[in-house]
Design a binder for this molecule. Sequence first.
Ligand code: C5P
Length: 230
Amino acid sequence: ATVWAVVPAAGRGTRFGGEVPKQYLQAAGRPLIEHALTTLLAHPQVVGAMVALAADDARWPGWTSLQGKPVLCCVGGGERADSVLAALDALPADAPTNALVLVHDAARPNLAADDLDRLIAAATAHADGAILGAPVRDTLKRADTECTIVATEPREGLWRAFTPQAFRRDALSAALRAVRASGVLATDEAMAMERAGARPLLVEGREDNLKVTTPADLVLADYLLSRRAS
Ligand code: C5P
């Protein structure tokens, strides 16, 4: 099947603080988004990438290709779902409506090639798509507003959701349009699919596929990516 990568990169990255959107922070000498795009495009089944950018993004390096494959960009929207929808709508006319789409965070730079391979295989075989994730390993506490513990929650069956998240293009478009119309904030693409009645698969992936959210994450990403390059 034809596989397109879709990279939402239109967020302000406000949780990180700082003025540089986090996908443009450097790890191992390259911006986080370049690491993400390079791994996605290196997969033999991925034919190209569509990146959703903020309208006023002055830092986009203007790539038109990486790994010998097209890198296209479009303007994203106010919420993540809007950015992903804009990217899906901007795919080239010859991209099949049932193409497999891999949605991947721009600030998640340490995706392993074998995880990507297993994800694509799972999503190709499963009509409702698949996402990378990992089981929760810490004990989970529920606290009140004073940080007093009120309960210990069972962690059995709970997973952390990573990206990429892989779905059929037409099914994902319809699911994202539906959540947008309902006013629900979908924090990932799987959530939109679930609300549309789909039952995507979880593919257990490496825990070091981290999303850079804090300065400590950036230190770790730099370490992991420097080691990978050597
Ligand atoms: O803020 P968070 O880490 O959840 O953002 C995940 C990804 O979604 C980031 O790559 C961010 O740029 C992207 N995003 C977007 N459009 C928005 C909000 C977030 O493309 N309106």
